[in-house]
Design a protein around this ligand. Structure first.
Ligand SMILES: [Cu+2]
Length: 429
């Protein structure tokens, strides 16, 4: 797994400027027997056509995440969630031992319609002795269905299945997660999206409807299991359990109205999510729709933990537009912290002396444009991808909104072909 390293992988591999990557890699806990051979199953295709009549809706696409199927029982939509350990491939070659639902972290998206009666059967198949519950975040329901362990219900003990049943009397973007042992269980990835469509299809119509759940993790370089006790110092940042370049793009035809629903169940951070190329409006939160008079134009929406934001815009410009968290540490994979600032420091003397004692030692580049050849710890990935012009320096919470005049549905159109004369270029002299 020896590949050229960029500055960001250097940050991954070094705990300090004078650490030698091979030494550090050797110090990392190795998870023997954990072979990234069982990535999460590919996402299921959302229903191709809406259900009929008054319940019609345009299906939401949760990026890289399936929609939970249901059965009808006397008009009640019956969903089944199984809480269990899962493996999630965050990006090619990076497989993380999470907890999730139905083989996924985040769990599959629940999608229903205002007025629906829903029954959600939750089975606890977490490791022995672990209790859980599910809280339906933002959903208005009877107190005894609220899922707060010990307060509104008994814990769901190992092997048990609990029934949650309520009628949806609102529409919007909501979430679900355990409300017992939250730090541990949510820190390991137990969470999911819950979208409720308006009963009247003429309310807030869009041509494309996407959903993303934000999460943050500490997975130490070379290891595969998140540390859920971490409070502030996270190093992996995901859109629906994927990080760039593992995130799928969002597609739109020129002129289409697009909604992106963004939920955040991160341990600590708010994520200011920024869209290039368009001005959008925040049209709703998990508290409900925002009246038009209360909406204003934005290019970044801050999504605090424990909240959801719906943004809407008209995709009126072709191109490959970046969509990402604006906290710069959150668009890196395996970001390290506590690095000394070495700009302007002449490292030549100490570097030469250290190199004599530590084989393979290389100094941390004072200039962030330095490229280095180093050994990357297993189960990590860099934050650079070859783009159409040069390397793209991004990881973590980053993906693209690809807008094209012509688009074959469900098919990534590849890189945007810019019209001649519309790309920034070097000038002579
Ligand atoms: Cu962020």
């Amino acid at each position: 797994m020896s590949q050229p390293m960029t500055r960001r992988q250097v940050l991954t591999a070094t705990a300090g400027a004078f650490a030698a990557a091979p030494l550090l890699a050797a110090m990392q806990p190795q998870h023997e027997g954990h072979v990234p051979s069982k990535p999460a199953p590919p996402p299921a295709t959302p229903p191709a056509s809406p259900v009929n009549g008054a319940r019609a809706y345009r299906p939401v696409i949760a990026l890289d995440t399936p929609t939970l199927p249901y059965e009808l029982d006397n008009g009640v939509k019956v969903f089944r969630l199984v809480a269990e350990p899962v493996q999630r491939e965050f990006a090619p070659g990076v497989v993380v031992n999470c907890w999730g639902y139905n083989g996924q972290s985040p769990g599959p998206m629940i999608e229903a319609v205002e007025g629906d009666r829903v029954r959600i059967l939750v089975t606890n198949e977490l490791p022995k002795g672990i209790h859980t519950t599910v809280h339906w975040h933002g959903i208005l329901l009877p107190n005894g269905m609220d899922g707060v362990g010990g307060l509104t219900q008994r814990h769901i003990r190992e092997g048990q299945t609990f029934r949650y049943e309520f009628t949806l009397r609102q529409h919007g973007t909501y979430m679900y997660h355990p409300h017992f042992d939250e730090m541990f269980q949510m820190g390991l990835g137990l969470m999911g999206l819950f979208v409720v469509h308006p009963r009247d299809r003429s309310v807030r119509p869009v041509d494309r409807d996407y959903a993303i759940l934000l999460n943050e993790w500490l997975v130490r370089p070379g290891s595969a299991t998140p540390d859920p006790t971490e409070m502030t110092n996270f190093n992996l940042f995901t859109f629906n359990g994927r990080m760039f370049p593992g995130t799928s793009p969002m597609l739109a035809r020129l002129g289409e109205r697009v909604r992106i629903r963004i939920g955040n169940l991160s341990t600590t951070n708010a994520h200011p999510i920024h869209l290039h190329g368009f001005s959008f409006k925040v049209t709703g939160t998990d508290g409900g729709p925002i009246p038009e008079a209360g909406q204003w134009p934005e290019v970044t929406v801050n999504v605090p933990t424990g909240s959801a934001r719906d943004i809407e815009f008209v995709a009126d410009a072709e191109g490959d537009w970046a969509f990402h968290c604006h906290k710069v540490h959150h668009l890196m994979n395996g970001m390290g912290h506590n690095l000394p600032q070495l700009l302007g420091v002449d490292q030549a003397g100490p570097a030469a002396r250290l190199a004599r004692r530590i084989p393979g030692y290389m100094p941390m580049p004072a200039s962030m444009t330095g490229m280095m050849e180093m050994v990357r710890p297993p189960n990590t990935i860099g934050s650079t991808v070859e783009g159409p012009f040069d390397e793209i320096d991004a990881g973590g919470m980053f993906t693209l909104v690809k807008v094209r005049a012509a688009l074959e549905d469900g098919k990534d159109p590849g890189w945007y072909a810019h019209p001649p004369g519309t790309v920034a270029e070097p000038v002579e002299g």
